[in-house]
Design a protein around this ligand. Structure first.
Ligand code: C2E
Ligand code: CA
Ligand code: CA
Length: 391
């Protein structure tokens, strides 16, 4: 493998050469970014090893240049000093479409470099950006307000169910109902394809009502699962408070014999009108529902909302879970959110759990409940079963 290295500390050259050479890698060493550019223009290496503490030059400029000229060559960052910048550097690189194999501590070169270089694929390749609170959906542009209204009236909005597990028993203790649109021509649209449109067009209240009536119809089918709770999402933007409270009350009553109804509110929606949210959340609680703050950590008003509103559950946004092994900061933030939530007597759900490693670490950290593709995708009621169900 050919490694092109940039480090303004010439002492690194000997170390790298000796060690990488013993592993059979060829090292081309540069101490200035101009030298690196010249080197890359001469011959493209397999990996670029980059120290960001470049004295007078900035590593950020180097990343920008690399993204423009050699976007496909993977990077390894060397860390020594200024480690707090590495996480940001990784994000800049990924934001520019570059692949980052990992970070190697200079003091641990011997141990860490082979591991990073032997990774089978790019472990740290850029993740698709996701708009806050929205998982990807399809055909976003294709749907008009009129289409959506027609689908709504034709009863094509239907709930899918995703299990939420106890972190202690790894058994499902609840489920989240997520809206889907079953197209007449076949195919099912994810929430991302029509929820934002419903919110913007004022159809969201009607959509939520249709969904909640459908849930009431499905109560006999849900009852055998013995779920402690069933969650539904409420967009607090454009909500009509009395109507919402009445709707939730109906749902609570219909499920009185089986599961508690949990209302998930996104914190981004909390910002516009705290006064309105105080009234709404109090009414929902008085109506017998429990309350979850959804997508916690990505909005602006989260901590204020926790202080002011009567939440029972905090759902850590899945972006933190997705990054917990790539970014020390994300892992630390999860720990801090857990500490904060537990000191406020809130239960914590980690969303977007996709791997066993994430599951195990989250359990060790003290998360109460787990949700994610590892345990089950959102599925129609006919396919809803114990963990392992998938769509
Ligand atoms: P959300 O409430 O945060 O829902 C979780 C989203 O993450 C769901 O996307 C779910 O399918 C997805 N998800 C679950 N496990 C994983 C995982 O392991 N990895 C990844 N990458 N994603 C996972 P979905 O169903 O497309 O919903 C997107 C958003 O649309 C929801 O985010 C929610 O904010 C909104 N939404 C869905 N249904 C309703 C609804 O009935 N009413 C309202 N107001 N909003 C809804
Ligand atoms: Ca939710
Ligand atoms: Ca969420």
């Amino acid at each position: 493998m050919i490694l092109s290295c940039l480090d303004d500390d010439p002492r690194m050259e000997r170390t790298l050469r000796r060690f990488a050479g013993s592993l059979g890698h060829e090292v081309r060493f540069q101490t200035t970014s101009q030298a690196l550019r010249d080197d890359l223009d001469r011959q493209v290496p397999d990996v670029i090893v980059l120290d960001l503490g470049l004295g007078s030059e900035t590593g950020v400029d180097v990343l920008g240049w690399l993204a423009e000229h050699h976007p496909t060559v993977p990077l390894v960052f060397l860390s020594g000093h200024g480690d707090e910048l590495l996480d940001t550097a990784r994000r800049i690189a990924q934001g520019n479409g570059l692949t980052v194999y990992g970070v190697v501590n200079k003091a641990n070169l011997v141990r860490e470099l082979p591991t990073v270089l032997s990774r089978p694929g790019p472990p740290d390749s850029p993740k698709k950006p996701r708009a806050p609170g929205r998982a990807p959906g399809r055909a976003l542009d294709a749907l008009s307000v009129e289409d959506l209204r027609a689908h709504l009236h034709a009863g094509r909005i239907t709930p899918y169910f995703q299990p939420i597990l106890s972190a202690h028993t790894l058994r499902p203790v609840g489920a989240e109902a997520l809206a889907r649109l079953a197209l007449p021509e076949g195919g099912v649209l994810g929430a991302g394809a029509f929820i934002p449109l419903a919110e913007q067009s004022g159809l969201i209240m009607e959509l939520t009502r249709v969904l909640s009536e459908r849930l009431i119809e499905l109560e006999p089918q849900l009852r055998p699962f013995g779920l402690d709770f069933l969650s539904i999402n409420l967009s607090a933007a454009n909500i009509e408070r009395k109507g919402a409270a009445a709707m939730v009350k109906r749902l609570v009553d219909a499920f009185a014999g089986s599961s508690r109804i949990m209302i998930e509110l996104t914190e981004t929606a909390v910002l516009p009108d705290l006064q309105q949210m105080r009234a709404l959340t109090t009414e929902l609680r008085l109506g017998g529902a429990s309350l979850a703050i959804d997508d916690f950590g990505i909005g602006y008003s989260s901590i204020r909302a926790l202080a002011e509103l009567p939440y029972d559950v905090l759902k850590i946004d899945l972006s933190f879970v997705a990054e917990m092994f790539d970014s020390e900061k994300s892992a630390n933030l999860i720990a801090a959110m857990l500490h904060m939530a537990h000191s406020l007597n809130l239960q914590v759900v980690a969303e977007g759990v996709e791997t066993e490693a994430q599951r195990d670490r989250l359990i060790t950290m003290g998360v109460d409940r787990l949700q994610g593709y590892l345990f089950g995708h959102p599925v129609p009621i006919e396919h809803f079963a114990s963990p392992g169900a998938s769509s």
